[in-house]
Design a protein around this ligand. Structure first.
Ligand code: BJW
Ligand code: ZN
Length: 284
């Protein structure tokens, strides 16, 4: 429709109260107030690289040192960051509402740290705290907290700004010289390099997880779909909005940027603002 979306937080609260099945899709904007940069738009560059150009198997193949440095830095920031009021509000909603499922594209681990019950949270794009073998021998390691990930990458830590509010690594500071052989290798096949347990462009999302999500969606009518802090430009994640609409869901977008919401086929509610401000008011 061409109708302007509703913007009343009280009206959305009312709908939320009467909803039994609620689905959320979260993105990098949810963690913005924790000091973690988003992918697209201001502040996204790392050493003059687009973060999305580093998030591919080809980038790792071409320059494993560069991509490993990028993820070592991202992991460091994720571990230093604290969950914000938006993560806590979603975690509280999950505890109060059995019929709430939260799909997050974020790999930073802030939702679990806010106490979000695991049964009501799916990490569509994996976790930056997980490690797996690049050669796909099947080796994986969960919740690896080592920061930096290995001694060779520790050299780069000298380069980290002490304060997360500072911009990303200075592109004028030369990339530390690291030998590929000194990057962490797979203890299982002894051959592959270790890589973060995230989903890169061109890689499949976990099949079992996708099935679980589809089963949840198929179980019945969805009353409300919350689209929080995401440009909804990456698939299959973005497609859940459409799937929820087919199950009858009213779509509510929480985003400071009106243009970001435009990409969705239709949004019945648009609450303009930061997730850390809007979500606590919505769920209180
Ligand atoms: C705030 C805020 C505040 C700011 N409060 N909000 C269909 C059509 C076309 C292409 C495809 C298609 N299907 C698949 C594809 C290809 C591709 C794709 O989608 N490409 C598109 C770019 C078009 N998809 C894939 O490749 C996926 N895999 C796949 O499809 O596999 C198929 C397959 C099957 C079988 C075998 C093999 C393959 C995988 C996608 C993986 C995405 N991975 C990344 C990197 C993860 C690791 C890492 O973290 O480094 O995931 S890319 C990056 O984008 C990351 C994010 O999760 C994801 C989404 O970004 P997000 O969260 O939306 O962030 P931003 O920055 O874009 O937006 C932030 C938003 O927040 C903005 O709106 C701001 O306004 C807002 N905001 N402050 C609230 N305070
Ligand atoms: Zn291996």
């Amino acid at each position: 429709t061409t109708m302007a979306p509703r913007t009343s937080i009280d009206e959305l609260k009312e709908l939320l109260e009467s909803s039994t099945r609620i689905l959320a899709l979260c993105g990098a904007g949810l963690s913005a107030a924790s000091g973690l940069p988003t992918f697209r738009g201001a502040g996204g560059l790392w050493r003059n690289h687009e973060p999305t150009s580093l998030a591919t198997p080809d980038a790792f193949e071409d320059d494993p040192v560069l991509v490993s440095l990028f993820y070592a830095w991202r992991k460091h920031m994720a571990l230093k960051a604290q969950p914000n009021a938006g993560h806590f509000a979603l975690a509280e909603l999950a505890k109060r509402r059995e019929g709430f499922l939260c799909l997050t594209q974020n790999v930073d681990g802030l939702s679990p740290r806010a106490g979000h019950p695991a049964a009501q949270l799916r990490h569509l794009h994996g976790s930056i705290l997980d490690v797996k073998c690049f050669e796909e021998c099947g080796y994986t390691e969960q919740n690896n907290l080592s920061d930096p990930p290995c001694p060779a990458l520790a050299a780069a830590a000298a380069d980290y700004p002490p304060d997360l509010t500072l911009p990303l690594l200075d592109p004028n500071v030369p990339t530390p010289e690291i030998d590929v052989e000194d990057l962490p290798h797979c203890p299982n096949c002894k051959n592959g390099l270790l890589r973060p347990g995230v989903v890169w462009f061109g890689e499949a999302l976990d099949e079992l997880m996708l099935m679980e999500v589809d089963n949840w969606i198929a179980r019945g009518k969805i009353d409300l779909m919350l689209v929080i802090g995401t440009a909804a430009a990456v698939y299959p994640a973005a497609g859940y909005t459409r799937k929820a609409q087919r199950r009858g869901a009213v779509v509510a977008v929480v985003n400071p940027d009106a243009d970001s919401a435009e990409g969705l086929m239709r949004n019945d509610f648009f609450l303009q603002g930061g997730a850390a401000e809007i979500l606590p008011r919505l769920f209180e």
